[in-house]
Design a protein. Structure first.
Lengths: 766, 407
C-alpha cells in the first residue's frame, strides 16, 4: 500500500514536470512559430500548432526544431526574435526530450563487403561475390544502416546461391588438377575488333603492342589457340599464377598494369580485379589471382590513351605496352586436403549433431539455440541416410548455415553483451568478424573493462586497411571520382591514371593520419599532401617515385592541403564540363559538418528556367532568392563558390571557360564536333551566414579552420554512425562531445578519436 | 535499316511447354499478356501530348512515331501519384508502378505489373520478367511484389537471353539441388521463426521481411522444380555484340527479348525499364542523356533530347509492329497483349512526379484518342488495367476510381 502511494506520488511529480515543460514549449511555439507553421501557413510542411505530446512523438521534427533554433535560423531575421534565455530554456527541454529516446537501431545484416571479408577470413580464400550478392542500399552516406537493409526474395536467393558457390569451392570432392597454358603474340587480340585488333593496337614481330584504353572494354585478350577467336576461359575456381613478359616503351617512368575480367565481345562484364605496378625498365611480372570458372582475362595499362579521334590521322606517340608472352598455371593447391577442408571437417566421420555444432561454431563462434539446431541436424541426417559422402553432407550443412539468420544477421541486445560488442568493434575496424583473440578478450571481460589494448592491436593489423578503404570510400564518395568525364577534348592530358590517383588520395590521407596519430585538423588544412608520382606531377610538386602514396611537403605558396583542396573532391563534385558550387558546398556540409540537408519535401523544383542567365552564379543566385531555398542555400552556396577558382578536374584556373558544342560536321564516316570556348571572369566572393566573407581557397580553409570544433565533431559523428550502423542524431551528442573533449588534449588525433569512440559506454548500446 | 530492326524470329521454333498439371488453357481462349515499358527520364511532353482531347487529329511529332498503332492507342495525360513525395531527386521514381514512395520506409507497395503477374503468371516458366540496365538501387527498382519487397530486375541482355533460352547442361543434377534447396529453406525458416521470438519490435519487423522472403523463395523453388524437367523454347535469335550505347542497340535488344519472352510464353508479364544511367549515345549526338533531360528550356538541349526520345519511340513502334506480325495460337501476339508505356516523372527537367503520361495499346480498344486528366491518380488507370485482367478488387494503391481502359 505504502509503495503504491509512493509510486502515485512519483508519477504525480513527473506529470507535473512534463506539464510545465509542455506549456512552456506550447507558449513558445504560439509566440514565435505558428504564424508560419500553423493553421494558416505550413511553411516547409511543418505545423507546430499541435499538442506537444504529438510533437514529442516525432523525433525527426524535434531534431529539426532544435537544429534551427540553435543555429539561430528560426525565427527568420525579419520576425521578432525571442531572447537568448528563452531559447536556451527551450533548447534544454528539447534536448532532454531527444536524449530520452535513443534512436532506434534496427537489426542489421552483413553488408556485401562484411560478408565477403568474413568468408575470406574464415576459409582463407580470396572470394569475390560481386556478381553473386546484390549491392547494398546506401542511407545517409553509408551502406551499414539496418534501416536501409531491405530483405527480399531476390536477396535470400542470392544468399542461397552464394552459400552453394562457397561450399562447392571450399569442400570439393576431388583435388583440382593443375594445368599450364602458354600464350604468345599469335594468341593476342585487341578488343575493338576481335579479328584485326583495335583502337590503335597492333602486332609487331614477337610483340603485341597496346596503346589505348576503351571504357567498358578490356584491352588485351587471349584466344585459346592461334586460329580461333574464342577467348581463353578459366576452367574452374581457384588460385592461378600469371607469368607475364611485357615492357613499356616511349615512356621513362614506371607503369601500372591493370588485370581485368571481361569478354571482349560482350564487354559489359568488364571488371578490374588487380593493379600491378611495373617499375621502369621491368621486363614483366608474376602474380597470383583467385579466379572463377568462366572468367576471361584481359590486360590494360594505366597510362593508355583515352579513346579519342581517329588514329589514321594522328598516329599515337605516347606510352605503349609490349606484351610478348603469358603463362597461366592453375588452379594451384598448396596442400591437400586444404586448410579450409580441415577446418570444416576435422575428422573423417562425425555424427550429424556434432557436424552441425562444429560448423556453427566455426562460422559464428556461438552455438545455435537448441530448438533452432534440430532442422540443421535433420539435413545432415537425411544426407547421410541417402548415402552421401561426408564431404557432401558437410556441404549441405554449410550452405544451410550460411543462409540462416544466425550467420547473416548481426543481432544486438539493448545493452550489448561482451561478445556483441566485439562484433561491433570488429565490423567497425576490420569490416569482418572478430578473430579468436578479440573474442577471448571479450569473453574474459577484458574488452568490456578497457578496450584500448584490443583497439591498438586491431589498428596495427593489416585488416584495418579494409576499414580505411570502406569508410573513406563511402564518407568521401571516392568511388564517384570517375563518374563524370572529364571530356578529353577540354581537359587534355588528364589521364585515367591521374583520375584514379585522385580517387585514392582521401584514403591515403586518412591512413597516414591514423598511422601517425595526426590531428584531425589535417582534414581541413595541412602543410603536406599525400601523393604518388602522377598526383605530385598533377599538383606541380616535387617529384615522387612510384605508385605508392607518400607525404609531400607543400611549398609556401601552395593552396593544397586538406580535403577541400584535393583534386578528387573537386572533380567528383563536377560534371564533364562544369563545376557545381552547390554540389561542392553541400558535400562540405554533409561530409565535414555531418549536417543533414535534403531538399524540403514541399518544394517542387519548378522547371528551372535558366535561359536568361549566363553564368552559374547568376543561375544559382536566381533560385536562392526563393525563401524556401535560402535557408540551406545561404550556407551551401558560399562554401561552393569559394572553390570556383578550381576547375572540374581540380586544377587552379583564373576564369571560367564555357564550353559549347557546335553542330556535328560529317567527315567521311566520322562525326567531328567542334567546341567553342568563351572565357568569363570568376566572381567567387560570398558571405557565410555569420557574415564572414569567403572568396577563395585560402579564405575558405581559414573559415573552416575557425569552425574546427564543428567539423571535428562532424567527422567524429560520421565515424560513430559507421560503427553503429545508424544515423547519428542529437541524442548522440554526449558521445560525440565526450570524444571531442578527450581528444582535445591529444591535438585531436584521429587515432585517439577511434579509441575514445570505442571506450565510451555508448559504444556498448544498441 | 539496322540489323535488329526486324527480328529474325519469323521462324521461331516453338516448343511450347505443356501445362497439363498447372491449370488449363482452354482451346481458342488465348492468354492475356502485359508488356509494361517505363522510360525513366520521361518524355518532352509538349511534343508528345496532343493539345486537344479525343481522337488524334494532328499528332505532335513524338507521338507521331507511334502512328502505326493509333487505332489501338489511348493516351492519358496529367495524372499524378499522390503518395509519391517530391523532393528527393530521382529516388521517388521507384514508385511509378505502385503509386507509392516513402523515403523513410524503403518497402514499397505492390506494383501494377506484379499485380497483373500475380493474376496471369501461374502457368509459365516465369511469373514475370523485369528487365533493366545497370544497378542503381536508389532509384531503379520499380517492380515490387505483394509484400512491397523488390522483385529481381535483370540487368544484362545476355543474362536475360540465357535465362529464357539457354539449355542448362546440368539438368540432371538440378532436381537434386532443388530438393536440397527445399530442405535448407525449411531449416532457415525454422531458425528465423525461433529467432524472431527473441527480438524486440523493430528487429522483429526486419526478421519478418526475411521470413516472408524465404517463403517466396520456397514458391520459386517449387516452380523451378516443375520446369526443370521441361525443355526451354528454341529461338532463332542471335544476341549480337552490342556496345549498349545507341538506343537502337540497347532499348532495341531489351524490347526484342521482351517480345520473344511473351511470344514463347516463357512469361506473360514483362516489364522493361528504359534507363539513362548507361548514357545513350547516338552517332550524331553528343551529350549525356541525363544532362540533356535537365535542359533548362534551352532549345538546343531540347533538340538533342528529342533525338533520343524519337529514337526510343521509333523502337517501341517497331516492337509493337513485330507483335502484330507474330502469331501465337489463333491470334497475333499484339491481339493478346496489353502494352502500357509510361514515364517515371512528368518532366525530368524539374523532377516532378505528377503530370504523368500513360499510353495504353490494346487490340480491343474501342475508342482511340487522348484524355487529359487533372487531379486523378495514376492508380485509377492501374485499377482499370487490373480489372481488364480479371481482378475483382475495387481499389489499387491510391485509386479513387477505375478508368474504362478499353471503352
Amino acid at each position: 500500500m505504502m509503495r503504491l502511494a509512493w509510486t502515485m506520488l512519483l508519477i504525480g511529480f513527473l506529470l507535473a514536470g512534463t506539464v510545465g515543460a509542455e506549456s512552456k514549449l506550447e507558449q513558445f511555439f504560439v509566440q514565435h512559430c505558428v504564424k508560419c507553421h500553423g493553421s494558416e501557413k505550413q511553411n516547409g510542411e511543418v505545423r507546430l500548432d499541435k499538442p506537444v505530446g504529438t510533437l514529442f512523438a516525432d523525433q525527426e521534427l524535434l531534431e529539426t526544431i532544435a537544429t534551427v533554433l540553435e543555429a539561430g535560423e528560426m525565427p527568420p531575421e525579419e520576425a521578432p526574435q525571442p531572447n537568448a534565455e528563452a531559447v536556451a530554456e527551450i533548447m534544454q527541454l528539447l534536448q532532454k526530450q531527444l536524449l530520452a529516446h535513443r534512436p532506434v537501431n534496427p537489426l542489421k545484416r552483413l553488408t556485401r563487403a562484411e560478408y565477403t571479408n568474413t568468408i575470406r577470413d574464415l576459409f582463407g580464400v580470396d572470394f569475390d561475390f560481386t556478381g553473386l550478392l546484390p549491392p547494398d542500399h546506401v542511407e545517409h552516406g553509408f551502406d551499414k544502416f539496418g534501416e536501409a537493409h531491405l530483405m527480399s526474395p531476390h536477396q535470400v536467393m542470392a544468399y542461397l546461391k552464394t552459400a552453394r558457390f562457397i561450399a562447392e569451392r571450399v569442400l570439393p570432392d576431388v583435388k583440382p588438377k593443375t594445368r599450364t597454358w602458354e600464350f604468345d603474340v599469335r594468341h593476342f587480340h585487341g578488343s575493338k575488333n576481335f579479328a584485326t585488333g583495335g583502337g590503335g593496337d597492333y602486332r609487331d614481330g614477337d610483340d603485341y603492342v597496346l596503346t589505348g584504353f576503351r571504357p567498358y572494354r578490356s584491352n588485351l585478350h587471349f584466344s585459346i589457340d592461334p586460329e580461333s577467336h574464342d577467348q581463353f576461359v578459366i576452367p574452374a575456381f581457384g588460385v592461378y599464377r600469371l607469368d607475364v613478359q611485357a615492357h613499356s616503351e616511349k615512356s621513362d617512368e614506371g607503369e601500372v598494369i591493370g588485370i581485368n575480367l571481361g569478354d571482349g565481345r560482350h564487354p559489359t562484364s568488364f571488371r578490374s580485379i588487380r593493379r600491378i605496378p611495373m617499375p621502369h625498365g621491368s621486363q614483366g611480372f608474376t602474380t597470383e589471382l583467385t579466379l572463377q570458372a568462366g572468367d576471361q582475362l584481359a590486360f590494360t595499362f594505366d597510362s593508355a590513351r583515352v579513346p579519342g579521334r581517329s588514329l589514321e590521322k594522328k598516329p599515337h606517340k605516347g606510352p605503349a605496352m609490349r606484351f610478348s608472352h603469358l603463362k597461366v598455371t592453375g588452379p594451384l593447391t598448396e596442400q591437400w586436403p586444404t586448410a579450409a577442408m580441415q577446418a570444416i571437417l576435422p575428422q573423417p566421420n562425425m555424427k550429424p549433431g556434432e557436424l552441425v555444432d562444429h560448423i556453427t561454431l566455426l562460422l559464428t563462434q556461438r552455438p545455435l539455440a537448441v530448438q533452432d539446431r534440430r532442422a540443421f541436424v535433420e539435413i545432415a541426417r537425411t544426407q547421410k541416410k541417402s548415402g552421401a559422402s561426408m564431404t557432401a553432407t558437410a556441404r549441405s550443412v554449410l550452405i544451410a548455415l550460411l543462409t540462416s539468420p544466425h550467420f547473416i544477421y548481426k543481432s544486438e541486445s539493448p545493452e550489448l553483451t561482451d561478445v556483441q560488442r566485439s562484433y561491433r568493434l570488429s565490423y567497425f575496424l576490420w569490416n569482418s568478424a572478430p578473430d579468436a583473440e578479440l573474442l577471448s578478450a571479450a569473453r574474459s571481460g577484458a574488452l568490456g573493462k578497457d578496450p584500448s589494448a584490443q583497439v591498438e592491436r586491431m589498428l596495427n593489423d593489416v585488416k584495418v586497411g579494409r576499414f580505411i578503404d570502406d569508410f573513406t570510400r563511402q564518407w568521401l564518395q571516392r568511388d564517384k571520382v570517375d563518374d563524370f568525364g572529364p571530356d578529353v577534348r577540354v581537359f587534355k592530358n588528364v589521364r585515367r591514371m591521374t583520375v584514379d590517383s585522385m580517387g585514392r588520395e582521401g584514403r591515403e590521407l586518412f591512413r597516414h593520419m591514423l598511422e601517425k596519430g595526426l590531428s584531425m585538423e589535417h582534414f581541413i588544412d595541412s602543410d603536406y599532401v599525400m601523393a604518388n608520382d602522377r598526383l605530385a606531377r598533377f599538383y606541380g610538386l616535387q617529384a615522387v617515385e612510384g605508385d605508392d602514396f607518400v607525404p609531400v611537403k607543400l611549398p609556401e605558396e601552395s593552396e593544397r592541403g586538406g580535403l577541400v583542396a584535393q583534386a578528387g573532391f573537386l572533380k567528383l563534385t563536377s560534371t564533364d564540363f562544369a563545376t557545381s558550387p552547390i554540389h561542392r558546398g553541400s558535400w562540405i556540409l554533409k561530409n565535414l559538418y555531418n549536417e543533414r540537408i535534403e531538399p524540403p519535401a514541399d518544394v517542387l523544383i519548378n522547371e528551372p528556367d535558366i535561359r536568361g542567365t549566363t553564368t552559374v552564379r547568376e543561375a544559382i543566385l536566381k533560385h536562392q532568392q526563393l525563401e524556401s531555398c535560402s535557408r540551406c542555400h545561404s550556407k551551401i552556396d558560399p562554401l561552393g563558390f569559394a572553390l570556383e577558382y578550381y576547375d572540374p578536374v581540380g586544377r587552379k584556373r583564373d576564369e571560367y571557360r564555357y564550353v559549347e558544342e557546335l553542330p556535328a560536321v560529317q567527315e567521311g564516316t566520322t562525326f567531328t564536333k567542334k567546341l567553342k570556348f568563351t572565357n568569363v571572369p570568376i566572381d567567387a566572393a560570398m558571405k557565410l551566414p555569420g557574415g564572414r566573407e569567403v572568396r577563395d581557397m585560402i579564405t575558405l580553409k581559414a573559415a573552416l579552420m575557425a569552425d574546427k570544433q564543428h567539423i571535428v565533431k562532424g567527422i567524429i559523428g560520421k565515424l560513430i554512425s559507421y560503427a553503429h550502423g545508424r544515423e547519428v542524431t542529437r541524442a548522440d551528442r554526449p558521445h560525440v562531445d565526450a570524444v571531442f573533449e578527450s581528444i582535445a588534449e591529444e591535438d585531436f588525433s584521429l587515432r585517439a578519436a577511434i579509441h575514445a569512440i570505442v571506450s565510451h559506454p555508448a559504444f556498448g548500446r544498441k | 535499316m539496322k540489323r535488329r530492326t526486324l527480328l529474325k524470329g519469323a521462324g521461331v521454333a516453338l516448343l511450347l511447354p505443356c501445362m497439363e498439371s498447372l491449370g488449363q488453357v482452354a482451346d481458342g481462349d488465348s492468354p492475356r499478356r502485359l508488356l509494361t515499358i517505363v522510360n525513366h527520364l520521361s518524355f518532352y511532353q509538349p511534343e508528345l501530348i496532343p493539345q486537344t482531347d479525343g481522337a488524334f487529329k494532328k499528332a505532335p511529332p513524338l507521338l507521331d512515331e507511334l502512328s502505326d498503332h493509333f487505332d489501338h492507342l489511348k493516351i492519358f495525360s496529367g495524372m499524378d501519384n499522390p503518395a509519391v513525395q517530391n523532393g528527393f531527386g530521382h529516388t521517388p521514381c521507384v514508385g511509378i508502378l505502385s503509386g507509392y514512395f516513402n523515403k523513410l520506409h524503403r518497402k514499397n507497395r505492390l506494383s501494377i505489373d506484379q499485380a497483373v503477374a500475380d493474376l496471369i503468371g501461374g502457368d509459365t516458366r516465369f511469373k514475370s520478367l523485369v528487365f533493366q540496365a545497370g544497378e542503381n538501387l536508389n532509384f531503379s527498382q520499380i517492380a515490387w511484389d505483394k509484400h512491397g519487397l523488390p522483385v529481381k530486375q535483370i540487368d544484362s541482355p545476355r543474362k536475360i537471353f540465357n535465362l529464357l533460352f539457354q539449355v542448362d547442361e546440368n539438368e540432371k543434377t538440378q532436381q537434386q539441388v532443388l530438393a536440397e534447396d527445399r530442405s535448407i529453406l525449411d531449416a532457415v525458416l525454422a531458425q528465423a521463426k525461433s529467432m524472431e521470438k527473441r527480438l524486440n519490435a523493430t528487429d522483429r519487423v526486419k526478421m519478418n521481411e526475411y521470413l516472408t522472403s524465404v517463403r517466396e523463395v520456397e514458391q520459386t523453388v517449387k516452380r523451378r522444380a516443375y520446369w526443370a524437367d521441361r525443355s526451354k523454347p528454341q529461338v532463332d535469335y542471335e544476341l549480337e555484340d552490342f556496345d549498349r550505347k545507341s538506343v537502337d542497340d540497347y532499348v532495341g535488344t531489351l524490347l526484342d527479348l521482351a517480345v520473344l519472352a511473351l511470344q514463347t510464353d516463357s512469361t506473360r508479364a514483362v516489364t522493361v525499364q528504359i534507363p539513362f544511367w548507361e548514357g545513350f549515345k547516338e552517332p550524331d549526338l553528343s551529350g549525356n542523356y541525363h544532362d540533356l533531360s535537365h535542359h533548362g528550356q534551352k532549345p538546343e538541349k531540347i533538340q538533342k533530347l528529342l533525338m533520343l526520345e524519337h529514337a526510343i519511340l521509333k523502337r517501341i513502334n517497331n516492337s509493337l509492329s513485330t507483335m502484330k506480325q507474330r502469331t501465337v495460337g489463333n491470334s497475333s501476339l499484339f491481339d493478346q497483349t496489353t502494352t502500357l508505356l509510361t514515364a517515371s516523372m512528368g518532366s525530368a527537367n524539374s523532377h516532378n512526379f505528377d503530370d504523368l503520361p500513360a499510353l495504353v495499346f490494346d487490340a480491343r480498344m474501342k475508342t482511340a484518342g487522348h484524355w487529359q486528366k487533372t487531379d486523378v491518380p495514376m492508380s485509377n488507370l492501374y485499377l482499370g488495367l487490373l480489372q481488364q485482367f480479371g481482378a475483382e478488387q475495387d481499389s489499387f494503391g491510391e485509386s479513387t476510381g477505375a478508368f474504362e481502359v478499353l471503352s
